[in-house]
Design a protein around this ligand. Sequence first.
Ligand code: GLN
Length: 243
Amino acid sequence: MADYDISVAHLYGNLMNTYGDYGNIIALTYYAKQIGVAVDYHLVSLGDEFNATAYDFVLFGGGQDYEETIVAHDLKSKAQPIQDYIENDGALLAVCGGFQLLGKYMLMADGTKVDGIGVMDHYTTNMHDEKLTTLKDERLTGNIVIKNNETGENYHGFENHQGRTFLGESERSLGTVVSGNGNNGMDNTEGVIYRNVYGSYFHGPIFTRNGNLAKRVLTTVLNKKYPTIDWQAKLNVIETETF
Ligand code: GLN
């Protein structure tokens, strides 16, 4: 029996799971278990209700353009509780397609505009956009390294996307591109941080390859739920894995 527990929602995990983004939950669970925290997993998909107060962590993974259009439709009905969750400082990791759909809109490769839920300020244009000054008409694919400017940590991942995301005023990047392309191949930003939301184009998955980030997010999650315990100290003595 674990002493503590956290509840995790996997948004559209049966549709949006490019390159095994579910591995982010496995990584989170790996660290949680070592400090006596159990993780309750909940798949929240098409037609399901998203209860803004029921979860301590949310994963919204990536998907191809086709899956995104299906999910975008259903997501409208969850927009308000997802916004409530975010504005109440809930922790959320959004990868690639999930990252795109939390923003204002995304343009598919064929030019179709797909509405995001606009709970965050970024927008995503497509690989054929006239305003692209580099890599127009190309997918952004390959290994990527970024530097997180607050911690100085480097994160490693693999990106494969056609969409080009541009951050809004209220958002800062997860990191600055060291090598690879990032959000749009132009402004050297990769991913997003807004309140306790982390967005990224990294597959790999990002938490398995970057255990330091997984531990940081887990600390945020646990500090919110159990504020009297020094979770950072507990996690500091656990070995950080990088695969
Ligand atoms: N369909 C999106 C794009 O290509 C997202 C892809 C992904 O999630 N890997 O931009």
